[in-house]
Design a protein around this ligand. Sequence first.
Ligand SMILES: [Zn+2]
Length: 72
Amino acid sequence: MRLVKIGKKGEKKWKGTCTGCGAKFEATEKELNVTYDRDGSLAQEDCTQCGQTVNFYAADGSSSRDSYPEER
Ligand SMILES: [Zn+2]
């Protein structure tokens, strides 16, 4: 078997802002535990600063839960 092209799945950038302390995070999809449901995709991680749950959204806007509010 020969590798023709390296897959990009899992390399997508996700961003999140902590609602507790305002810290901003960026992660690749494979670093996160992304869940998919009828509303779209979402990932959650605990803030490393304050422990609050941080919602991550795909930085390219493709997580259909509309709402990475800043800089697309
Ligand atoms: Zn925080």
